[in-house]
Design a protein around this ligand. Structure first.
Ligand SMILES: Cc1cc2nc3c(=O)[nH]c(=O)nc-3n(C[C@H](O)[C@H](O)[C@H](O)COP(=O)(O)O)c2cc1C
Length: 226
């Protein structure tokens, strides 16, 4: 469909842009990152889970995942105490997303949010925090660095192990999109809305300069052993 709008006489006109006031910037940047539930344990081994929309894979090799949390929250404190966390990715299904909302409630320190939400803890393979059985994908992580600013804390972790439901990937590890059903949280201003992220499209590269070939080779080199 053309980007151009039509005026009253049917002639094509350019779409207008409207400036947004600062109070709408947050909602304009929708959706956020992949919806995630991050599990941690505290120094005594008590399980904690919290929901996140700021979770993003930020490095391909080694695979590193970042998220931001509040400095005062249990996740941040547990990450600082143990240096570990697990990223559990839910699918675009109402039942699990309702549980994501429960896990995101401000339960007191020491409360196991998985039990509150009726989710099942599955022991991890390398880290102390459990995986969540109802999530199709899990990334066990060890902290690389954290940074505190404002009242926030950014956490970057190295993935040290990853698992996926067997019927959700092909033999080369590519995900089966319509089974995994990736989902983003629309953002706090949207309160209870999630966006499906599994409509995919392969697109051409209508540019034949040397940069196109160089980019292609660089991607091939990065993944040539895979
Ligand atoms: C869908 C969803 C996404 C959320 N995303 C974030 C986020 O990216 N960062 C954050 O600090 N809190 C986020 N929250 C809120 C936290 O989950 C919530 O504050 C939680 O109580 C923190 O738990 P903790 O104290 O156990 O770490 C989100 C909540 C929901 C329901």
């Amino acid at each position: 469909m053309s980007m151009a709008a039509s005026d009253a006489r049917g002639a094509a006109s350019e779409p207008a842009f409207v400036q947004q006031p600062e109070k709408y910037w947050d909602r304009l940047f929708a959706p956020g990152g992949h919806a995630a539930m991050i599990t941690t344990v505290d120094g005594e081994g008590r399980v904690n889970a919290a929901s996140y929309a700021t979770c993003v894979r930020i490095v391909h090799k080694p695979v590193q995942i970042a998220f931001t949390t509040s400095q005062a929250g249990d996740t941040g404190r547990n990450v600082a105490e143990t240096g570990q966390f697990v990223v559990n990715l839910p699918s675009f299904e109402r039942d699990i997303l309702e549980k994501v909302r429960i896990v995101g409630l401000p339960f007191a320190r020491g409360v196991n949010e998985l039990e509150k939400a009726g989710l099942t803890a599955l022991p991890s393979t390398l880290v102390k925090a459990p995986r969540i059985a109802e999530c199709h994908r899990h990334f066990e992580c060890e902290v690389v660095w954290t940074k505190e600013w404002l009242n926030r804390m950014m956490v970057v972790g190295n993935v040290v192990a990853a698992s996926v439901r067997a019927d959700c990937v092909d033999h080369k590890g590519y995900i089966v999109w319509e089974r995994i059903k990736p989902v983003a949280f629309c953002g706090a201003p949207y309160v209870n809305m999630f966006a499906a992220g599994y409509e995919t499209m392969a697109v051409g590269l209508p540019y034949d300069g040397p940069e196109a070939q160089a980019a292609d080779q660089s991607v091939r080199r990065m993944f040539e052993d895979m």
